[in-house]
Design a protein around this ligand. Structure first.
Ligand code: SF4
Length: 473
C-alpha cells in the first residue's frame, strides 16, 4: 500500500475520501425529498451508497435531473421492489461450479473478484454481490479453487474478472491473480470489467497500465452511460490504456432519465469512439430489485436506439439479458411481438424463455397492473366537473345573480370539462401515434380532427364567457 507520512496518497487517498454518508456531501448539493427519503428508510440490507469526489465534481448541483446525480445519488424508489424483479436477475448463483466463478457459456468464465466498488451505481444489476458487505477480495483458498477449475476446463478460452470492480485490488494482488491463472494456462485470454476510469480515473496509474499490458492478451470493458462521464481525466486514463495497446470496449446501459434520448446516445457513442473505446453493447436494464425507475419500455428503447444509430456510424448492439439466465439476445421487433398481463413474452428458439415488464402505460412499480388510461381520464373528468360546477354555483351565489348566470356558468364549466377530456384524449392519440412509428407529419395530419374540435370548444367557451360578463354587468 502506498503511504506518505503515515497517510494514504494517490488514488487510495481519493478512494478513502469518497462520500458514504449524506452529511458529507458538498455544501451546495441539497438532497431532493426522494433522495432524503432513501436515507431515512435505509436499512442495513439496502443497497450501499458511495460516490467519489471525482463524480461529485462532474455533477451540476443545481440540476435535479443531472445524469450523474441520477446514476449515483439514491432515491426512495430503490426501497420498493417492482414487477418481475429478482434478487439474482440473471440466475448467476445457479451457474457457479465453485464459489465466485460463473460458467454459463462454454468458452468463458467470470470471476467475482470483490464485492467492492469505488462508487455504487444505483442501477447495478449485480447489487446482491456489489454490496460492500461480503468480502473485499477472494481468499487464497477461493482463488486456488477457481483457478483449479479453469485449469481443468480447457474449453474456457477467456476469463472475465468482474465483481464489484476488480481494479480496486492493489497492483500486487492483481499481479498474483493474473499469474496464478496463467500458470497452467499461458494462452488464457483475460478480460477486466471496470468502471474505475469513469468513477476514479486516478486509479489508472502508469504502473497499473504496465502491469495490465504485461498480461496481454487482456482487454478492458468499461461501463460508460453518458457523454458527461468522459471528462478530461477519464479520457486521459483511457488514453493511457489505449496507448499501451490494450483493446478497450464499452458497455452502456439504457437508463431512463440518464441517456434515453437519441441525441444523448449518439453523442455517447461518438465520444467513446473519439476516446479510443469501441462501443460494444447497449443493454436494456436487468430486473434487479429496486431499479424499475431506470427501465424504459424495450419497445421505446428500440426506437431510441434506432434513431441514435441513424445519427452516426458508431452504434453498439442493443441487447437484453434474458431474466433468469437465458443469455443475451438482441432487442428486435420480433422479440417484443407478444405480451401478456403487462409483460413481454420473450421467445428464444420458438419457446418463451423469459418475461420482461412492459412500461408502455403509466408505470407501476408496485407489481399492480399498470393503470388504464381511459379510467384515469374518466376519474379526472368527473372530479374536475364537480369542482367546476361547485365553483360556478358559489360564484353566482356570492354575486347574488340570476338563475341565467348560473346556467351560463354551468355550461361553461361543462365545456371546460370536455375541453380537458379532449386534451387528455389528444395526449393519448399522440402517444399511440408515436408508438406506432408514424412520422411527425403523419401524426399532425391524424390529429387534425381533434385540433378542430378543441378550437370549436374554445370558441364556444369564449362566447359563453362574454355572455356571462354581459349578464353580470
Ligand atoms: S461499478 Fe459495476 S458492479 Fe459496481 S455498482 Fe456499478 S454497475 Fe455495479
Amino acid at each position: 500500500m502506498v503511504r506518505e507520512a503515515g497517510k494514504l496518497r494517490g488514488w487510495r487517498a481519493e478512494l478513502a475520501g469518497r462520500v458514504t454518508k449524506p452529511r458529507d456531501l458538498p455544501p451546495g448539493l441539497e438532497l431532493r425529498p426522494e433522495e432524503r427519503a432513501f436515507f431515512r428508510g435505509h436499512r442495513r440490507e439496502a443497497p450501499p451508497f458511495a460516490v467519489t469526489r471525482h463524480l461529485l465534481g462532474l455533477l451540476d448541483p443545481a440540476d435535479p435531473a443531472d445524469p450523474i446525480r441520477r446514476q449515483f445519488l439514491p432515491t426512495a424508489s430503490e426501497l420498493s421492489p417492482g414487477a418481475g424483479e429478482l434478487e439474482d436477475p440473471l440466475g448467476e448463483d445457479r451457474v457457479q461450479p465453485v464459489p465466485n466463478l460463473l460458467h454459463r457459456y462454454p468458452d468463458r468464465a467470470l470471476l467475482l473478484v470483490t464485492d467492492r466498488c469505488a462508487a455504487y451505481c444505483r442501477h447495478c444489476f449485480r447489487r446482491r454481490v456489489s454490496s460492500g458487505r461480503r468480502r473485499a477480495f477472494l481468499s487464497p483458498a477461493e482463488l486456488e479453487q477457481a483457478a483449479a477449475y479453469v485449469d481443468g476446463h480447457p474449453e474456457i478460452r477467456e476469463l472475465i474478472l468482474s465483481g464489484g470492480d476488480p481494479l480496486l485490488l492493489s497492483d500486487a494482488r492483481l499481479r498474483a491473480l493474473f499469474a496464478r491463472f496463467r500458470r497452467e494456462r499461458p494462452e488464457l485470454a483475460l478480460r477486466v470489467h471496470t468502471r474505475l476510469p469513469v468513477v476514479l480515473p486516478r486509479r489508472v496509474t502508469p504502473a497499473l497500465v504496465r502491469l495490465l499490458a504485461g498480461f496481454r492478451p487482456l482487454r478492458l470493458v468499461v461501463q460508460v452511460n453518458h457523454p458527461r462521464e468522459l471528462d478530461p481525466a477519464c479520457r486521459q486514463a483511457l488514453g493511457l490504456l489505449a496507448a499501451a495497446g490494450l483493446p478497450l470496449l464499452a458497455q452502456s446501459v439504457l437508463l431512463a432519465g440518464v441517456n434515453d434520448r437519441p441525441r444523448t446516445l449518439a453523442e455517447l457513442f461518438a465520444a467513446l469512439s473519439g476516446a479510443g473505446v469501441r462501443p460494444y453493447y447497449l443493454f436494456q436494464p436487468d430486473l434487479a430489485r429496486g431499479t424499475a425507475h431506470f427501465r424504459p419500455d424495450p419497445a421505446r428503447g428500440l426506437r431510441l436506439y434506432r434513431e441514435a444509430a441513424a445519427l452516426g456510424p458508431e452504434a453498439p448492439r442493443y441487447m437484453l439479458d434474458l431474466p433468469g439466465g437465458g443469455g443475451k439476445v438482441p432487442v428486435e421487433p420480433d422479440l417484443l411481438g407478444e405480451r401478456e398481463d403487462g409483460f413481454y413474452l420473450l421467445r428464444r428458439d420458438g419457446v418463451v424463455a423469459a418475461r420482461y415488464p412492459c412500461y408502455a402505460g403509466p408505470m407501476s412499480t408496485s407489481g399492480k397492473k399498470p393503470k388504464d388510461f381511459a379510467s384515469v381520464m374518466r376519474k379526472t373528468g368527473k372530479k374536475l366537473g364537480k369542482t367546476l360546477r361547485g365553483a360556478a354555483q358559489a360564484t353566482a351565489k356570492a354575486a347574488g345573480k340570476t338563475a341565467e348566470v348560473v346556467a351560463v356558468r354551468t355550461r361553461i364549466s361543462a365545456k371546460q370539462v370536455r375541453q380537458k377530456a379532449e386534451f387528455l384524449k389528444m395526449g393519448e392519440s399522440f402517444y399511440r401515434a408515436r408508438k406506432s412509428g408514424m412520422s411527425p407529419e403523419q401524426i399532425l395530419a391524424s390529429m387534425q380532427p381533434q385540433v378542430t374540435k378543441l378550437d370549436t370548444l374554445q370558441q364556444e367557451i369564449a362566447t359563453l364567457e362574454l355572455r356571462e360578463k354581459t349578464l353580470r354587468n
